[in-house]
Design a protein around this ligand. Structure first.
Ligand code: NAD
Length: 331
């Protein structure tokens, strides 16, 4: 079965080819993102394979369905970029990779916390320039700090467990308690208590209508002054303009992000020769207490192997007419 792979990078090609070598899946790689403009590339492919910034809206899904596509294999966990009711209406199946390496994202989260706190990025440059002064490097002990974890699924649970290992007190909010977190001493509380008591607030819930701009002007007002805010989940959980106001007033003391609301036009490409047109993102870059990584939380060898394997398995199940273990349904 021929599968059109969108938003391909060399590492996607390497790992997907390796995972599919002994199967009937034949990947055809396109560097383009899947959008209404590029949908023509998917013509006659029974399946497409997409990533986080491919635009699987109703228009694109109708177009791929009209062109003969019957399966969307998401090579990611989140599916907020896919209009599931539209896919159901067009009888296009959608499968994802529900878990690949939650450790990858949880460990990256802790990396952002440590770097913002202990300024490794500044120290790296300073020492290489022969500057051994310590001013501007003052951090704090993580031990004894209160960390708020919003969303205690696979990634949030591991982030909580690592931070517990540092000696942090962990407060959590989720629509559903995770018994492993409870057993590990995580305290489930209401959102307002998390906002009021957390020294560090880290987001691990999915992007849904209910969680869009969870961190907004009103919630930022409720935060502990000088809080460290970390978002490795999805950009639109945070109202970035409100976060900028929070950074300017000092209400937010540090902001670490691996995801950004408008990242689709920015991330995953070398734009170092170009002028960034996104003024909100550019403003973020001016703050000394903001650390941005370009959606690399998932980017470990272990995670890429698992993503490629599960994506290929999902496509094999579809080809064989088997039940799709990792199907995502509307509603
Ligand atoms: P998961 O499904 O295991 O956990 C999500 C948790 O969020 C669940 O426990 C769920 O009950 C909870 N939740 C749902 N609605 C909520 C709400 N309104 N308020 C609070 N909690 C709510 O998912 P996961 O594997 O832990 O991934 C979490 C998120 O991380 C994904 O949705 C994805 O957006 C993001 N992610 C980012 C990267 C990256 O590279 N940065 C990689 C993978 C996943």
């Amino acid at each position: 079965m021929q599968v059109a792979v969108f938003s391909t990078k060399s590492y996607d090609r390497d790992f997907l080819l390796r995972a599919s070598s002994d199967t009937e899946i034949r990947y055809d790689f396109f560097e383009e993102r899947l959008t209404a403009r590029t949908v023509v590339l998917a013509r006659d492919f029974p399946a497409v394979c997409c990533f986080v910034n491919d635009e699987l809206n109703a228009e694109v899904i109708a177009a791929i369905a009209a062109n003969g596509t019957k399966m969307i294999a998401l090579r990611c966990a989140g599916f907020n970029n896919c209009d599931l009711p539209a896919a159901a209406a067009q009888k296009v199946k959608v499968a994802r990779v529900p878990a690949y390496s939650p450790y990858a994202v949880a460990e990256h989260t802790v990396g952002l916390i440590l770097t913002l706190n202990r300024k490794f990025h500044k120290a790296y440059n300073r020492v290489r320039e022969g500057n051994f002064a310590l001013h501007g490097m003052l951090g704090f002990d993580l031990h004894g700090r209160t960390v708020g974890v919003i969303g205690t699924g696979k990634i949030g649970q591991i982030a909580a467990s690592i931070l517990k290992g540092f000696g942090c007190r962990i407060l959590a909010y989720d629509v559903q308690q995770n018994p492993e977190c409870v057993a590990n001493g995580v305290e489930y509380v209401e959102l307002d208590q998390i906002f009021a008591e957390s020294d560090i607030l880290t987001l691990h819930c999915p992007l849904l209508p209910a969680t869009k701009h969870l961190i907004n002007a009103q919630s930022i007002d409720k935060l502990k002054p000088g809080v460290m805010l970390i978002n490795t989940s999805r950009g639109a959980l945070v109202d970035t303009k409100a976060a900028i106001e929070g950074l300017k007033s000092g209400q937010i003391g540090y902001f670490g992000l691996d995801v950004y609301e408008e990242e689709a036009e920015l991330f995953f490409e070398d734009r170092s020769e170009l002028v960034i047109q996104d003024d909100v993102f550019s403003r973020l870059l001016t703050f000394p207490n903001v650390l941005i990584t370009g959606h690399q939380g998932f980017f470990t060898r272990n995670a890429l192997e698992a993503i490629s394997q599960v994506t290929t398995d999902n496509l094999q199940q579809f080809l064989q007419g088997a039940k799709l273990t990792n199907e995502v349904h509307a509603g």
